[in-house]
Design a protein around this ligand. Structure first.
Ligand code: SF4
Length: 381
């Protein structure tokens, strides 16, 4: 606790805020990648500590939010089979697909269970050999190694009733897609510390050079974030675009080699659709040929994923760092955590959930006056 206190120290935070103001000579737009970082920024009011012109935008780093509706619909179709027990994380069960949520399917009689990890699903498969247990595996490079370990364990035990519906995604290709977007105003990046704990940060060096954006590997506590913003603006002000790692207490440049090896033994890089962002080349993980027998999509469906349909939810614009929750006419009125219309309100890491939890009154009040960042459309009233 003592250690944590140092990263939440108010005097240190104010000192960083003053230092940021002192080096800032013009407007800058910085995007944090991770939903947990977004929650810390909103919770601790870090965006309000910024000098005029410095804008913090929220990126695509919530795994529940970026999972396409088509995957959820595929999970529902699989869960409806009498021999199947479908398992996933609690938030994932509440996210709407085109045809309701997994919780709706459970209410209609499907065997849908929430678990805390893929190993929980593996335990169910071990204990209930008469059931086909399918784990809906979502998340970035942070969680993919644990999924891979569950597959390797199932292989060791010779379990034949354990399957995965894989929706794992990779951060660097999504980052490149956002930075390649002509409408993007993102000038600096706070990279997600936990992804870098697994993957290191070598992949970001090419991105920093190609797009001439500074990338700072950042943790999740207030001082981590303020330090990341300070270093990012310092680079921007001096026209540098490098990768910096002040989060060295957790991140090694090469990441965790053992975790990477497990992940790349079971999975192979492939194109993946993201909710609202469409298909991005090399942005996902699918089974390597040797592990294809664990693929629930091939085992229980035709294996073909339909495309998502458009909805009134503007989560896609939020995940591209083009808009904020205040720009959504449904925020806080028709869309709430109790009655969510989209994934960014469902997920505990979602940006709409963050603003609803910490800024609801202000955000609803400001909706008529807040302009979308980067010259986007005026927020609807
Ligand atoms: S407030 Fe609801 S409808 Fe609007 S973007 Fe967020 S999740 Fe989607």
């Amino acid at each position: 606790m003592k250690h944590l206190d140092a990263w939440r120290d108010m005097e240190a935070a104010q000192s960083y805020a003053r230092a940021i103001a002192a080096i800032t000579t013009r407007a800058w737009t910085i995007m944090e990648i991770c939903g947990s970082q977004t929650h810390s920024i909103v919770r601790y009011g870090i965006d309000r500590m910024m000098p005029d012109g410095v804008t913090l935008l929220h990126g695509p780093g919530c795994p529940v939010c970026v999972t396409p509706a088509a995957i959820i619909d595929a999970a529902i179709a699989i869960a409806k089979r009498r021999e199947v027990t479908l398992c996933s994380f609690g938030d994932m069960l509440r996210v709407p697909g085109e045809h309701g949520s997994l919780l709706n399917a459970r209410a209609a009689g499907a065997d849908v269970r929430f678990v805390y990890s893929p190993l929980d699903a593996l335990r169910i498969a071990r204990n209930e050999p008469h059931r086909c247990v399918v784990f809906l595996a979502i998340g970035f490079e942070t969680t993919a190694p644990a999924t891979a370990m569950a597959v390797l364990q199932a292989e060791r035990e010779g379990l034949e009733n354990f399957f995965l519906l894989v929706a794992h995604v990779r951060v660097p290709p999504a980052l490149e897609a956002i930075l390649s977007d002509a409408a993007s105003g993102v000038q600096g990046i706070l990279a997600a510390g936990h992804v870098c704990t697994v993957m290191g940060y070598r992949e970001y060096e090419a991105i920093a050079q190609r797009f001439h954006v500074p990338v700072v590997v950042t943790g999740f506590e207030p001082i981590d974030l303020l330090q990341g913003i300070y270093l990012c603006i310092k680079q921007l002000e001096t026209r540098r675009a490098e990768v910096e790692n002040p989060y060295y207490r957790a991140v090694h440049p090469e990441g965790n080699r053992a975790a990477q090896a497990a992940m790349m033994k079971v999975f192979a890089v492939r194109a993946r659709a993201w909710r609202g962002l469409g298909e991005i080349a090399e942005s996902g993980l699918g089974f390597a040929p040797a592990y294809h027998r664990f693929d629930a999509l091939a085992r229980f469906t035709s294996g073909i994923m339909p495309a998502d349909c458009p909805t009134e939810c503007i989560a896609a614009e939020l995940l591209r760092a083009r808009k904020r929750p205040a720009d959504c006419p449904a925020f806080g009125t028709r869309c709430t955590p109790e009655h969510p219309l989209g994934p960014t309100m469902v997920s505990s890491e979602g940006v709409c959930a963050a603003y609803y939890r910490y800024r609801r009154t202000q955000t609803v009040r400001e909706r008529s006056t807040v302009s979308a960042p980067n010259g986007g459309e005026q927020g609807a009233v």
